[in-house]
Design a protein around this ligand. Structure first.
Ligand code: SF4
Ligand code: SF4
Ligand code: SF4
Length: 382
């Protein structure tokens, strides 16, 4: 969206889970309402300076639900007041592991978050755990909370990250679990990356298995197009790519943005500013600065040497690795954090380049087929 800015806001760096592949260095820090006020005034002043009309805040943690619902109600009012005073629009989105969800959250989820929550679950779950427990107890509590939230009318979207076991069972079984067994009709499959401190689980992520991942995503595309597409099931990022190739308006994930540094920033509970959640929690060398230590958020961003590197990345890739790619205007060299965690450099193309090309060409073909079918059925009806 033009004139729009996104902020990933980590209201706390605490978490009630202990996932083995977590890229965050967790601490006990929590944002206070006073500090939130100071932060938002600086962010909104920056929007005035840059003539940005709207802001979406993606509330995350650690675990965002470790701050109570009443805190978010006050935060919502406070931000609204500051935004109204500057003629800006602010939207809110919540990402939670749902372990602390109860009906106490329903009013604020309805009022502030459009009755929608994003959460995460892998299948099979190998790495998402509670402290000192196996993945089964995580699955059990998560399943219970998600069923309760959905019974209360909350729309639950799920992000899944494929692991070795996911690739072994295949996309058909994976899709069946989410859609038919859990009743989830809106989910997104994100590629894994070994962000933060190295752990055994991160070394086991199928990052180097691009061929296997490509087969998985292609099988998932086939199953979804055959069983879910016409029924309104959404599987990201395939659905957004299909819209893109069908010349419809599509919200593509940030990994394929022109330059994520232009559209998005993350601030953590301590006030540190960086490109997104992984950078802000785990790579202090790539911090842009601290919002509580600056007078102007705009100056903090424009004076940051780390942010300068993000700005230079697309230019360098276009001149080198991606120049002759048919999908350059869609992909722009991919995601900096996936690149950095694999190559320890920002100035390489995304390690999932070949997977992306496979996905792009498959969804381009699907869009052509669907357009042909629509033409034929239109003729028959006429
Ligand atoms: S991945 Fe998310 S839910 Fe899991 S430990 Fe990390 S912050 Fe917590
Ligand atoms: S580094 Fe990757 S995940 Fe982070 S904002 Fe940029 S494109 Fe998105
Ligand atoms: S698909 Fe690969 S070559 Fe093409 S723009 Fe993306 S990273 Fe570059």
């Amino acid at each position: 969206m033009k004139n729009h800015f996104s902020l990933i806001l980590l209201s706390t760096l605490q978490c009630n889970a202990d996932c083995e592949y977590c890229f965050e260095d967790k601490t006990a820090d929590r944002l206070t309402l006073d500090r939130l006020g100071e932060m938002m005034r600086k962010v909104l002043d920056y929007m005035v300076e840059k003539s940005l009309a709207a802001l979406t805040i993606y509330w995350q943690g650690g675990e965002a639900m470790l701050l109570p619902p009443g805190w978010y109600e006050q935060a919502h009012d406070l931000i609204q007041r500051e935004a109204d005073a500057r003629g800006k629009q602010v939207f809110h989105s919540l990402q939670s592991n749902m372990l602390a969800y109860s009906s106490r959250w329903n009013p604020v989820i309805a009022k502030m978050f459009g009755n929608s929550v994003g959460t995460s679950l892998d299948y099979p779950n190998l790495h998402r755990k509670l402290l000192g427990q196996g993945p089964e107890s995580y699955n059990e509590i998560w399943g219970k909370r998600v069923r309760e939230a959905r019974a209360a009318g909350i729309d639950v979207q799920v992000i899944a990250v494929p692991n070795q076991a996911t690739l072994d069972i295949g996309a058909e079984r994976f899709y069946t679990h989410f859609v038919d067994e859990l009743g989830i009709t809106d989910f997104q499959v994100n590629t894994p990356f070994p962000g933060g401190e190295a752990t055994r689980a991160k070394k086991e992520l199928p990052v180097a298995e691009v061929e296997k991942l490509s087969r998985f995503y292609m099988e998932l595309a086939d199953v979804w197009l055959e069983r879910g597409y016409h029924q309104g099931v959404r599987v990201g990022p395939l659905d957004a790519l299909l819209q893109h190739f069908s010349h419809e308006s599509a919200t593509l994930p940030c990994i394929w943005g022109e330059n994520c540094a232009n559209a998005l920033v993350s601030i953590d509970a301590r006030g540190y500013v960086a490109q997104c959640d992984c950078w802000v929690t785990s790579y202090p060398d790539y911090h842009y600065g601290n919002i509580f230590e600056c007078d102007s958020f705009g100056e903090l961003l424009s004076n940051s040497p780390a942010r300068q590197q993000f700005n230079e990345r697309p230019v360098q890739l276009i001149q080198r690795d991606c120049l002759s790619c048919d999908y350059l205007s869609l992909c722009h060299g991919g995601c900096p954090v996936r690149t950095y965690t694999v190559y320890s450099s920002l100035f390489e193309k995304d390690p999932y380049c070949e997977l992306y090309k496979t996905m792009f060409s498959r969804m381009e073909r699907a869009a052509r087929t669907l357009a042909r079918e629509a033409k034929v059925s239109h003729k028959v009806a006429a």
